[in-house]
Design a protein around this ligand. Structure first.
Ligand SMILES: Nc1ncnc2c1ncn2[C@@H]1O[C@H](COP(=O)(O)OP(=O)(O)O)[C@@H](O)[C@H]1O
Ligand SMILES: Cc1ncc(COP(=O)(O)OP(=O)(O)O)c(N)n1
Length: 266
């Protein structure tokens, strides 16, 4: 019996809503065998990030080696990489093992405002990580940070930003519109270098959106691992995250997580 395999290289969210935990839940829901490399432990809950504890480069490198020297992967997602040294290491290892189907979620700031990527790492993300990506999935604040823009406020500005992001080297850009204000719709734009594709869903009125970015990018990764095209993968991931937000969970005192099993249980 064979099964598609996906690896997440990301931070741990002990609260279970984002990071490694959200990724593994999403892989499982999409019937993909999930594996993980933990870059950073966070002490985190629905109220915010209370501590960040990076793992040693030795520990991160050994986890990546263990997976690629034995099981291999059909797709890889990167999430919270935190420091310049970790970004360098992950890029080198992914190149060494010729990893395919690399989904880069350029995680920078948590919804509560906590920094998840040190400022010094930004140049390396741009010059080394984005160029090896098959797909990148920035949200609007991340796109602004990468491109040095003050804000992105309209779909036209999103299109321009997606084009500029693609010039940094990834094959596909999925620019997420979850943060676009004043719209009844949550619109994500996929740009493949030639055409723009719109993935549109009704905006759900809830505060419980902790981990939406991780969950969405993990669902894309799972579909790529199964051999789906990027367009198909983004379409499925959009339905997956929409269901997860529609049934999001009022757990904890702050911004609750989404329900990863919602799409499967419909
Ligand atoms: N309130 C919402 N209703 C429907 N979809 C949403 C909502 N908020 C975010 N999304 C969708 O969730 C996915 C993750 O987007 P976003 O929240 O922008 O990412 P991040 O968690 O990285 O900030 C995207 O597909 C986005 O369109
Ligand atoms: C460990 C860890 N990784 C990533 C994030 C950011 O997750 P995201 O899906 O962007 O959701 P929010 O945290 O912004 O709600 C995280 N918080 N922790």
């Amino acid at each position: 019996m064979t099964i598609a395999k996906a690896l997440t290289i990301a931070g741990s969210d002990c609260g279970g809503g984002a990071g490694i935990q959200a990724d593994l839940k999403s892989f499982q829901e999409r019937d993909v065998f999930g594996m993980s490399v933990i870059t950073v432990l966070t002490a985190q809950n629905t109220l915010g990030v209370h501590g960040v504890y990076p793992q040693t480069l030795e520990a991160i490198g050994a986890q990546i080696d263990a997976i690629f020297q034995d099981m291999g992967t059909d797709a890889v997602k990167t999430g919270m990489l935190f420091s310049d040294e970790i970004v360098h290491l992950v890029v080198e290892k992914l190149q060494q093992y010729k990893a395919k189907n690399i989904v880069v979620d350029p995680v920078m700031i948590a919804k509560g405002g906590a920094p998840l990527l040190q400022k010094q790492a930004m140049d390396t993300v741009k010059s080394r990580l984005l160029p090896i990506a098959t797909v990148i999935t920035p949200n609007l604040p991340e796109a602004c940070e990468i491109l040095g823009l003050d804000s992105i406020n309209t779909l036209e500005e999103m299109k321009k930003a997606a084009k500029a992001l693609r010039e940094l080297g990834p094959k596909y850009v999925v620019l997420k519109g979850g943060h676009l204000e004043g719209s009844n719709e949550a619109v994500d734009i996929l740009f493949d270098g030639e055409e723009y594709f719109y993935f549109t869903a009704k905006r759900i009125d809830t505060i419980h959106t902790h981990g939406t970015g991780c969950t969405f990018a993990a669902a894309i990764t799972a579909e790529l691992a199964k051999g789906k095209s990027v367009h198909e993968a983004v379409g499925t991931a959009k339905q997956f995250i929409q269901a997860a937000i529609e049934e999001s969970l009022c757990i904890g005192k702050g911004i609750g997580p989404t329900k990863h099993s919602a799409y499967r249980l419909r």
